[in-house]
Unconditional design. Sequence first.
Length: 77
Amino acid sequence: IDDDRYPLSPGEAPEMRRVRFRTLGCWPLTAAIDSEADTIEAVIAETFAARSSERQGRLIDIDQPGSMERKKQEGYF
């Protein structure tokens, strides 16, 4: 992890994994999704096969469902 916004706790160590994000530039607003997809077609296939919404990974919604939508209405973005 090469980003100061993600401090490691004592005893934690980075782990190499293949991941992707919902959209470009989503870090740190969206949790990473484990993925082996290496083409656009593979990402689309993963999305269609998914059993849960990728929006569940939005870290901004952790405090309560729909907080991103509320923040948009309040002019946060």
